[in-house]
Design a protein around this ligand. Structure first.
Ligand code: FAD
Length: 492
């Protein structure tokens, strides 16, 4: 096989257009990129909450943040408010910020816990700027990127925005339905896509972005699927959009119900809502009724019913095909990680683009890195279910008995015993995320690092009091999030 000169992207959802736009912008005329999509089939039409690295992706592509936010009706996101995940009545916040200040030898939670033993009862949350700002409904860009944030956006509009950019950068878009994937009789590589129009599209490297169908990777290459439903049993979702009834808040909500959970994601012009559930415990009509009974604002779209299976394609890169987006696998959007996995895959494709023949070492490296990301995210999602104390419905009783991956069990028990969390292999979710979610779910360490105990009472008061005051003062000076977005996007 020669240099990958002809790259064919199959599918034009968020994954397809993120891939095409990034390849075209980065590689320019060294490759010829063709994207095939079918308006008749359409896209999955959901996916609104993201995590901070998306800003880097946009930066790599040279996209202005204000243009992007205007085009996608985006709001800022400082984290996720989890309702009812511990016992049904509680709430906790997983923010994108860092709580307090770490010492090199120990995370801030150790110092906070020492403070507790000394009679200080201020909540752990008070030391996190992003968290306090989110709960106050405030936001601003701060010097030195002090506020860490992501976006809540309309992913269909994002795909449209990227399409304009990609076509401007030379990507050829072909409208049509892929009817057949033609394999090379000698090496089993994909040779061409046959469209319903009779058109034949040849390529050297094929990117499968055909969504849950995975037409190339599964349909033609039968790469296989690792099913993770025994860890993440929810298998259905219904999405619906509503009018905003108040200025948008800078956070996503994940609210439990007795057979799963519900999301609420405020954009500039509307709110995205959806219910995620396990169909063995709630039928689809009842789920729809429940969702419609728990939205704010007038409903503006027909409920969109979706079925899914948690898991990952066994090979993300196989022969001359790479699966990106839903074609590569899916985990429920509890921590808003799918678009991020697209971004990771696209940047990896660029880094490992074949310079001649496809190297099997590149393929192995790609698969290992992508699978590591997915397994780490899987563990983080599973944490929310297995650490619950809820036993009030058959679904939550099932969750209490779910198997725990060994890697996750080690993390939970280490934290419970010592208060320590370690980030491994460039893991997406850093210590702060694990600590906030574990404590939010009720896992409280039994001890803390001795270095925290060395602080005198004065030093402790100075440290904790100073940090807390700084957060409170900074938040008091911030504008309301809705006003800030309107000004920033020039929409007011
Ligand atoms: P799709 O949008 O399904 O696109 C598939 C493309 O392939 C389409 O263009 C289609 O026309 C084309 N295609 C398919 N078959 C053919 C054919 N035969 N011929 C030609 N073209 C074809 N992600 C997040 O990051 N945050 C979230 O909050 C979030 N929420 C989600 C909630 C739910 C319920 C679900 C299911 C997903 C959610 N996601 C979320 C994931 C996110 O929606 C997807 O990762 C993202 O939209 C990318 O989808 P995709 O492009 O892979 O697939």
């Amino acid at each position: 096989m020669q240099v990958a000169q002809r790259i064919v992207v199959a599918g034009g959802g968020t994954a397809g257009w993120m891939t095409a736009a990034a390849l075209a912008r980065t590689l320019g005329k060294t490759v010829a990129i063709t994207l095939v999509e079918s308006d008749a089939i359409g896209t999955v039409g959901v996916g609104e909450s993201t995590i901070p690295p998306l800003a880097n992706f946009n930066r790599v592509l040279g996209i202005s943040e204000a243009d992007f936010m205007r085009a996608t009706q985006a709001t800022f996101k400082l984290g996720i408010l989890f309702d009812g995940w511990r016992d049904g009545t509680d709430r906790y916040f997983h923010s994108f910020g860092v709580t307090g200040r770490d010492h090199w030898s120990a995370g801030f939670q150790h110092f906070w816990m020492h403070g507790k033993t000394q009679g200080r009862d201020e909540p752990y949350d008070d030391y996190c700027l992003e968290l306090v700002a989110a709960m106050a409904g405030k936001f601003a860009h701060l010097p030195n990127e002090r506020m860490n944030y992501a976006y809540q956006l309309d992913s269909t509009l994002y795909a449209r925005f990227l399409r304009t950019m990609a076509e401007g950068d030379g990507v050829t878009r072909i409208e049509g339905r892929i009817d057949e994937v033609e394999l090379d009789g000698e090496n089993g590589h994909i040779a061409a896509l046959q469209l319903d129009s009779g058109k034949r599209i040849e390529g050297d490297l094929f990117i499968d972005c055909t969504g849950f169908r995975a037409l190339l990777m599964e349909g033609a290459l039968h790469a296989g699927f690792d099913d993770w439903t025994h860890y993440l049993p929810c298998d259905s979702a219904i999405a619906v959009q509503t009018d905003n009834i108040a200025p948008p808040v800078p956070f996503t909500r994940a609210m439990t119900h007795d057979a799963g959970w519900q999301w609420r994601i405020p954009l500039q012009h509307r709110t995205g809502n959806g219910i995620v559930y396990c169909s063995g415990y709630l039928d689809h009509d009842a789920a729809e009724e429940r969702l419609l009974g728990n939205v704010e604002g007038a409903v503006r779209t027909k409920p969109n019913r979706l079925r899914f299976r948690a898991g990952a394609r066994r090979k993300q890169w196989y022969r001359n095909c790479i699966a990106i987006g839903l074609a590569g696998g899916f985990m429920e959007p509890l921590e808003s990680t799918s678009i991020h996995l697209i971004q990771r895959a696209v940047l990896r494709v660029i880094r490992m683009l074949p310079a001649g023949r496809i190297s099997e070492r590149d393929v192995a490296e790609f698969n290992e890195q992508q699978m590591t990301d997915m397994l780490q995210i899987r563990d983080f999602l599973v944490l929310h279910y297995v650490a619950t104390e809820r036993r009030d419905s058959p679904f939550w009783r099932l969750c209490a008995d779910l198997p725990i991956p060994d890697t996750l069990a080690q993390k939970i028990e280490l934290f419970r015993e010592t208060g320590r969390v370690f980030r491994k292999n460039e893991e997406l979710f850093a210590e702060n995320s694990w600590v906030q979610v574990m404590m939010g779910q009720g896992i409280i360490p039994q001890s803390y690092h001795p270095v925290a105990g060395k602080l005198s009472e004065d030093e402790l008061t100075h440290l904790l009091g100073g940090l807390r005051q700084d957060v409170a003062h900074t938040v008091a000076s911030l504008p309301a999030h809705g006003d800030y977005v309107a000004r920033y996007c020039g929409a007011s």
